[in-house]
Design a protein around this ligand. Structure first.
Ligand SMILES: NC(=O)c1ccc[n+]([C@@H]2O[C@H](COP(=O)([O-])OP(=O)(O)OC[C@H]3O[C@@H](n4cnc5c(N)ncnc54)[C@H](O)[C@@H]3O)[C@@H](O)[C@H]2O)c1
Length: 267
């Protein structure tokens, strides 16, 4: 059987995880990778074909089926469009893009070329998330009245000091992209679209190490439910992550999926 041929763009922390997962699957073939840094600097074995410019990788390997985009956030959309134009499906690390226009450009390119776009949102596969979605969709707690998402994490110099792109407006984009897009995705996945959005933001402890605010209070209504929602977030929590949770108040009961990583269920 012909193996599915993968290329990987960006061989940092997450790109190397993609490489490892591709290598572990017998139906997959890891063909080549690209990074601005050398294979030695990336700690990738020298035997794998390497390109410092991802466009050269796409040109040199027209046989690729799938390209994994594992670079800083602000590069995802343009690199994904280039990979799609080179006739590849794309796996894009979250977030897919930093603007709606860029996201739509990726989807437009994919639809024009008949290619698949898969954005990595692994929290959708966690048992508590699947359980919560089932509870809501089966109507177990009846009509939904209120949804509260709380994301309270620590991100300080220990984190922002490690990668030059983290904390920048153009390549990172902000905490709602880099830290909390998984929770925004879960909210949309379970409850659908929102509107009537109001928000307040503040920067408590990150004036020196990021271009953006670290905390926010966002309120809204759900389009498909007669329900109110809030999404409160902060990376200004002292010392360590505190909580990521979704609490749902329904007609017949209240449920909370919580813990540090939404790994505990309370009813
Ligand atoms: N799914 C998740 O839970 C999860 C977790 C962590 C990170 N991520 C995402 O993965 C992506 C990468 O994050 P990371 O933590 O691996 O960062 P990282 O800094 O460790 O790696 C990024 C790599 O991209 C390379 N790079 C930069 N510009 C490039 C270019 N033009 N062409 C090729 N390579 C280039 C850098 O040299 C670096 O090696 C980010 O979008 C991040 O949001 C997702």
């Amino acid at each position: 059987m012909r193996k599915v041929k993968f290329g990987v763009i960006g061989a940092g922390h997450i790109g190397k995880r993609h490489m490892e997962m591709i290598r572990r699957n017998e139906a997959f073939d890891l063909v080549a990778f690209s990074d601005l840094k050398s294979p030695e600097e990336c700690f990738v074995d020298a035997g794998l074909p390497y390109f410092s410019d991802y466009r050269d990788l796409l040109k040199a390997h027209p046989e690729l089926d799938v390209v994994c985009i594992c670079t800083p956030n602000g590069l995802h959309a343009s690199q994904a469009v280039d990979a799609i134009q080179a006739d590849c499906h794309v796996v894009i690390e979250k977030p897919m893009a930093l603007t709606r226009a860029d996201g739509e450009e990726v989807l437009h390119a994919a639809l024009s070329k008949g290619k698949q776009v898969f954005c990595v949102m692994q929290n959708r596969y966690s048992p508590p998330s699947i359980w919560l979605r089932d509870v809501i969709q089966n109507g177990t707690i009846g009509a939904i009245h209120m949804v509260q998402v709380q994301c309270f994490w620590n991100r300080d110099d220990r984190y922002y000091g490690k990668s030059p792109w983290k904390g920048t407006q153009d390549l990172d984009g902000g905490t709602l992209f880099t830290q909390f897009s998984h929770f925004i995705d879960l909210m949309y996945w379970i409850f659908g679209d929102i509107h009537k959005i109001q928000s307040r933001f503040a920067d408590f402890t990150h004036q020196q190490n990021t271009d953006f605010e670290d905390s926010g209070l966002i309120s809204f209504e759900f389009v498909k439910h007669d329900a109110l929602g809030v999404f409160n977030f902060s990376t200004a929590v002292a010392n360590q992550n505190f909580e990521s949770s979704v609490t749902v108040i329904g007609e017949h009961g209240t449920v909370k999926v919580g813990g540090q990583y939404m790994n505990e269920v309370e009813t």
